[in-house]
Design a protein around this ligand. Structure first.
Ligand code: TRP
Length: 436
């Protein structure tokens, strides 16, 4: 008897563009909260390395490869559990560029003209008196559509992002709405989740820690370079013994992001009592190192074993494609990219129906009543036990259709997984009924 995981209530999805080396700001602002969120019950999380997006900004192959490795290792070292979440590399999912094209065909060019990143490049060119499209690739222009495909492919409900990405999520919603209007309800409308509480970490010079300001502290810098970098955090000129302000102190804010409330209070007091900048930096260094050291060890072990990470990412891609492949087949069917033979014999309405998952009820020689859940391509996804009456079988089907895979946990003794069927396929097929 196979038990099937119930459908988690909410699907979260986040992508990380693979162009840089993770720094403490990425850790505090994105990695740490996401890993914590992925452990919540009732949540299914998708995390992926947005390497197609990286090509838009970066034409150095070695840097893309290196960054992909560093980011994957950072997430795993920080405790992301690839068994629990779907962790994959965007370019391992051929359905993503395929969906990108379908979405391209329902997206107004005028909408893309207004996308912030593209518009900023055009404005810059115009201000400099250049051709508006000088050095603007079609990749930059299409950035929001590729991102829309990332999100819509997995029927994402929530996308945790920074404020700069809200417009992209709204565009993905619009694409989904337009697509659904033309081809029937298929795509789930996503929502942005803005993490108000997530700390914006200041960098070495006090401005937001960011690669573009060149003021970052790499997350996994070894101990001595880490000490040196922390030593270079900008402070004022107050001498040891002079009371110091915590407001506007980058050093204090970084400490706060790593320390407990009690530790933070202790440092606040030490500031008032005139701790020297040297001692404060030493305190900060030891506090960060204490938190990062165990992860750093895991990070370096992973970096020394790229084959293992490749294996993890390919396993993640397999999980992702268990959802993406059947869904893409459904979407192809919906827009009319169809098997000609099937269309000729069944006509439009029936062809669409034949491509959807279906429950089949039947009676066996033993006199009992059974049902199967068949996939769009008629593979057995679920097989029921025998029921005494057709009504009982029908009620069980109705329960599955209504509650989706959530009902499966309580039905473990009434249905089993079909031979060769993956749980994710069952979840996707049941989703079809609860969505419609
Ligand atoms: N555009 C995002 C960034 O630069 C990365 C990204 C790509 C993404 N696809 C996504 C984020 C889908 C969330 C969902 O930060």
């Amino acid at each position: 008897m196979t038990s099937v995981t119930p459908l988690p209530v909410t699907r979260f999805l986040t992508g990380i563009t693979t162009t840089g080396t993770p720094h403490l700001g990425n850790f505090v602002g994105s990695i740490r909260p996401s890993v914590a969120a992925s452990r919540l019950p009732g949540v299914q999380s998708f995390y992926f390395l947005a390497d197609y997006h990286a090509l838009i900004k970066c034409d150095e192959p070695a840097r893309i490869q290196r960054s992909t490795m560093e980011i994957a290792a950072s997430w795993l070292a920080a405790g992301l559990d690839p068994e629990r979440v779907v962790f994959y590399r965007q370019s391992d999912i051929p359905e993503i560029p395929e969906l990108t094209w379908l979405l391209t065909c329902v997206t107004g060019k005028g909408v893309l003209n207004r996308a912030h990143a593209y518009k900023a490049s055009v404005d810059k060119n115009e201000a400099a008196g250049n051709d508006p499209d000088a050095d603007v690739t079609a990749g930059l222009f299409m950035y929001p559509v590729l991102m829309g495909a990332d999100i819509l492919m997995f029927k994402t409900h929530k996308v945790p992002v920074g404020r700069d990405q809200i417009q992209h999520i709204e565009m993905a919603r619009d694409m989904a709405q337009r697509f659904n209007h033309l081809y029937g309800e298929r795509l789930v409308l996503p929502e942005a989740v803005i993490e108000e509480s997530v700390a914006l970490l200041p960098g070495l010079d006090g401005r937001k820690m960011s690669k573009s300001y060149d003021n970052t502290i790499p997350l996994f810098a070894p101990r001595e370079p880490l000490r040196k970098l922390i030593g270079s955090i900008l402070t004022d000129s107050r001498a040891p013994g002079e009371p110091k302000e915590v407001e506007g102190s980058a050093l204090f804010q970084i400490y706060q992001a790593f320390a407990s409330a009690a530790e933070t209070e202790a440092l606040r007091k030490a500031y008032a009592e005139g701790i020297s900048w040297g001692d404060a930096k030493q305190l900060l260094f030891e506090r960060i190192d204490q938190e990062v050291a165990p992860m750093r060890e895991r990070y370096h072990a992973l970096m020394a074993n790229p084959e293992e990470m490749e294996r993890v990412l390919l396993a993640g891609a397999r999980k992702a494609r268990e959802l993406a492949t059947p869904f893409m087949a459904e979407l192809r069917q919906a827009v009319g990219l169809r098997n000609l033979g099937a269309a000729a014999t069944t006509g439009k309405a029936k062809a669409a129906k034949a491509a959807a998952p279906a429950f089949k009820q039947y009676r066996e020689k033993d006199g009992q009543f059974y049902f199967k859940l068949l996939s769009a391509d008629a593979k057995v996804l679920l097989q029921s036990k025998g029921f005494d009456s057709p009504r009982e079988a029908a009620q069980t089907i109705a329960g599955l259709q209504k509650a989706g895979a959530g009902a499966l946990s309580s039905l473990g003794d009434q249905v089993t997984l079909g031979d060769g069927a993956a749980e994710a396929e069952v979840i996707a097929a049941l989703q079809h009924f609860s969505d419609s």
